[in-house]
Design a protein around this ligand. Structure first.
Ligand SMILES: Cc1ncc(COP(=O)(O)O)c(C=O)c1O
Length: 425
């Protein structure tokens, strides 16, 4: 029996600039007519990632589990990807580079690898991925008013934790490199130095920083770094935890199963666990995710990142200036208005429900952005309350909107959002 589908109602075409569709490795894929201003949630796919996956697909096979040519090639591709991603993140020779599912997974793995009795210090402004995996006695510092205040707060907290002790208990300070709510950059190198002054380690949540700026953990003095491939223009579902080997080799495997073992005897508990990244990568790994991410890392390494950064900063300045000028729009921020930030801006339209504004931007203007509290509820709520005080408006909504840009974003796309915000309902 055949069934006739009802004719789909097609919306009237709206002129927008097409997504850039070049062939360069850092051109991004997109759909003409759709304005993607939601890079902070998931960035579009870079050509480098798509090409690397397409090239490998005919060879697709098992990793670390086969003697045939396909499997050997895939194993080599996977281990090369580990090397390239490690180089991109500036790892030290003894560090491990462990493939995970995403930043959340990477930070959960690090939380499991904390030595027993280890303490964690973090800020209330973190993304839930860097708030929730840590032990219940974690010191959650209040949101600081400036980058300098953040460093002073870490210093004071560590002094307090070390008071009256012999200073040997493991402590981890875990902070984001760039806020997913405001885009503001945190003083990573200074925070890492403060941690080390007190014999603590420093973990960097680079989910939002790495797509926009160089993250070299050796140069920054960072002990661990976590990133997500899907925010770095590399879909296919991989993430990374890289850093000091000792805690990771001493910890129980994150997942148990094939690949994480050296030997398994007949008795249930007669298991010799592997050292190195394999210890925490049980099961067949995500080859395509790793290869896609490595391809983007390589492409980003071979371009002038300072020039990319300058271009993005110019576009961000244009976006923020437009938002500041738009009627009834109030920006959210933690630090001062001029503190360094990546291409992320959160804001509210006074008197308007943010979910409704987002739906209208999508439906009427083909603009995709994010609304809500951005998986950083404590911070977003606080910034909304502060924005109400700063703007003197009593009609700010309880959730916000977030526009985020990156490779492939254009002035026309930003202008489209600004026109939409300036257009009366
Ligand atoms: C700062 C920050 N950390 C961690 C995460 C979690 O990343 P994922 O969802 O890829 O695990 C995000 C995601 O938005 C983020 O913005």
């Amino acid at each position: 029996m055949s069934r006739t589908l009802p004719a789909r109602r097609v919306a009237a075409p709206v002129p927008v600039d097409p997504a850039p569709a070049g062939r360069g490795p850092l051109d991004v894929l997109g759909v003409p007519g759709q304005v993607n201003l939601d890079y902070a949630a998931t960035a579009p796919c870079a050509r480098a990632a798509a090409d690397a996956v397409a090239e490998l697909l005919p060879w697709y096979g098992s990793v670390h589990r086969g003697a045939g040519a396909l499997s050997r090639r895939c194993t080599l591709a996977y281990e090369r990807a580990r090397q390239r991603v490690g180089d991109f993140l500036g790892v030290r020779p003894d560090d491990h580079v462990i493939f995970t599912r995403n930043t959340t997974d990477a930070l959960n793995l690090l939380a499991r690898a904390l030595p027993s009795g280890g303490k964690v210090v973090t800020f209330a402004s973190e993304h839930h991925a860097n708030l929730l995996p840590w032990p219940v006695d974690t010191v959650r510092l209040p949101v600081p008013g400036s980058a300098d205040a953040a460093v002073r707060a870490v210093d004071a907290a560590l002094r307090e934790l070390r008071r009256g002790t012999d200073g040997s208990a493991p402590i981890l300070v875990a902070v984001t490199g760039a806020s997913n709510v405001t885009g503001e950059c945190w003083p990573v190198a200074d925070l890492a130095r403060a941690a080390h002054r007190h014999g603590a380690r420093f973990a960097l949540d680079a989910a939002q920083l790495a797509p926009h700026a160089e993250v070299d953990i050796t140069a920054l003095g960072v002990d661990y770094v976590a990133v997500s491939g899907h925010k770095l223009y590399a879909p296919f579902g991989v993430g990374v935890l890289a850093g000091r080997a000792d805690w990771l080799d001493a910890a129980p495997p994150y997942l148990v199963g094939g690949g994480a073992t050296r030997t398994v005897g007949a008795a249930t508990h007669d298991v010799g666990w592997a050292d190195g990244p394999g210890r925490h990568e049980a099961g067949t790994p995500n080859l395509l995710g790793a290869v896609a991410l490595a391809a983007v890392c390589e492409a980003l390494t071979s371009v002038d990142r300072a020039a990319l950064h300058a271009r993005e900063q110019a576009l961000l300045a244009h976006l923020r200036a437009g938002i500041a000028a738009a009627p009834d729009v109030v920006e959210l921020r933690t630090f001062g208005p001029d503190s360094p930030r990546v291409g992320i801006v959160s804001f509210v339209v006074a008197g308007r429900d943010s979910a409704q504004v987002a739906a209208e931007l999508a439906g009427r203007w083909q603009i995709g952005l994010r609304d809500g509290l951005f998986c950083a509820h404590p911070l977003a709520r606080r910034l909304l309350a502060e924005a109400a005080v700063r703007s003197g408006r009593a009609d700010l909504p309880p959730t916000a909107l977030r526009a985020s840009i990156g490779l492939g974003s254009t002035t026309q796309q930003v202008d489209r959002l600004l026109s939409a915000l300036a257009t009366p309902r």
